[in-house]
Ligand binder design. Structure first.
Ligand code: ZN
Length: 395
């Protein structure tokens, strides 16, 4: 990098905006546009080196074409440097395929209305895309499982202890049949769907028919394992199969907490464009006036997936929910991921539970076993010797 190259005014401005943005801790649409410049720069560098076997001579003068190129290249590197530095603290990542910087998945908790209203917002775009890839989901099942995973991550983040687990299960009469999301208190979540390849017509408004794919007659199960002797099990009949409504009903009936929930997944042929949600809960001391304001704001909210696609931050979204109300961030941000915690020992226990007779059957027919984790599709191999040992443990 040539230090002598004149730094353009535009670049100085860019650097200032980057540092302003970093101080704010998040990025407005304007800053995001600037980040896009760096993506263009990355593309520029890539195209520059493609088919070029050596670096051209360094020229300072912008009057020659190489000089101009180098000036641009230097700027490109600076953009990348800036961008990489930003990636550190800003939880952005560069997606090579989509050629862009994207916000890492995040959960932020807020208190509003003098602590009388609790708001939790999540951007789950990356983890839902991960689920789509792992389970080879169709658009409608991406939306369905994506919503459940998003809810799982939100509810998981409410758990107190590291080893606590929450399982959300929907079993209904739609073609999906069964969906499961399991989450822990860091917001990490994994999921399973019985029929991932469902393709059903869009609704009359052009939206994916999640309710049709899930089914309207069925149950929602919430299983909290918080280290007690027996896990807590809550259940409620489905309202619409659209998931957010079903969970709203669950909170009203089973936990007696007035709750508003939004969950959304925007998916196209290239994958998940955006996914996220929020959960708004009233504390017992919320006044009727607070509730009226909240209801008005919530009714006016555009779909969460649209807001995220427009690069609205979670702070922006929480701000829209409260209107002019003061907003306080609570606790640390979480960076949830699609994460499976499967282990060979646990898979082995699953085999042991089949019983000696069944294990012998596997030995006789296949001579070995391959077990695939239903949450992450990781394959576990068991040789004949492994199976013989497992058979011994059955007794
Ligand atoms: Zn797994």
């Amino acid at each position: 990098m040539n230090e002598k190259v004149t730094v353009g005014k535009e670049f100085e401005l860019l650097k200032k905006r980057f540092s302003d943005a970093r101080e704010c801790g998040y990025y407005s649409i304007r800053e995001r546009k600037l980040l896009r410049n760096s993506i263009m720069a990355v593309d520029y560098v890539k195209s520059f080196f493609e088919g070029t076997s050596h670096l051209p001579p360094l020229e300072e003068s912008a009057s020659t074409s190489w000089g101009k190129t180098f000036n641009n290249l230097w700027r490109a590197f600076s953009y990348i440097e800036e961008a990489e530095r930003l990636l550190d603290g800003a939880h952005l990542y560069y997606d090579i395929k989509k050629r862009g910087f994207f916000v890492e998945d995040k959960i932020i908790s807020f208190l509003a209305f003098d602590g009388k209203v609790n708001i939790k917002c999540i951007n789950s775009t990356k983890l839902v895309e991960e689920a789509r890839k792992i389970h080879d989901l169709s658009p409608v099942t991406t939306a369905a499982l994506g919503r459940l995973l998003t809810m799982g991550s939100l509810m998981g983040s409410n758990l107190k202890e590291k080893n606590d687990k929450i399982t959300l299960q929907i079993k209904a009469d739609g073609p999906i049949d069964t969906m499961i999301a399991v989450a822990s208190n860091d917001g990490n979540v994994k999921g399973y769907i019985k029929n991932p390849n469902i393709d059903i017509p869009l609704k009359s408004n052009g939206k994916l028919d999640v309710g049709g794919a899930v089914g309207k007659n069925g149950m929602l199960y919430i299983i909290k394992d918080i280290g007690l002797k027996e896990p807590y099990v809550g259940l409620t009949p489905l309202v619409s199969g659209e998931i957010a409504e079903d969970f709203t009903e669950y909170f009203a009936k089973s936990e007696q907490v007035p709750t508003a929930i939004a969950l959304g997944v925007l998916v196209d042929k290239d994958g998940v464009r955006s996914a996220g949600g929020y959960i708004v809960q009233l504390m017992p001391d919320a006044t009727n006036e607070d509730i009226t304001i909240l209801e008005q704001n919530l009714r006016a909210m555009p779909p969460i997936s649209k807001l995220l696609e427009e690069n609205k931050s979670l702070e922006d979204i929480a701000g829209m929910i409260t209107g002019d109300g003061m907003l306080f961030m609570v606790g640390e941000d979480l960076l949830p991921e699609y994460k499976c915690d499967c282990q060979k020992s646990r898979i082995k226990n699953g085999l042991i539970s089949l019983g000696a007779k069944e294990i012998q059957n596997i030995i006789d027919t296949d001579g070995k076993a391959e077990v695939v984790c239903k949450f992450c599709k990781k394959k576990y191999e068991f040789s004949k010797e492994d199976l013989e040992k497992i058979k011994e443990e059955c007794k």
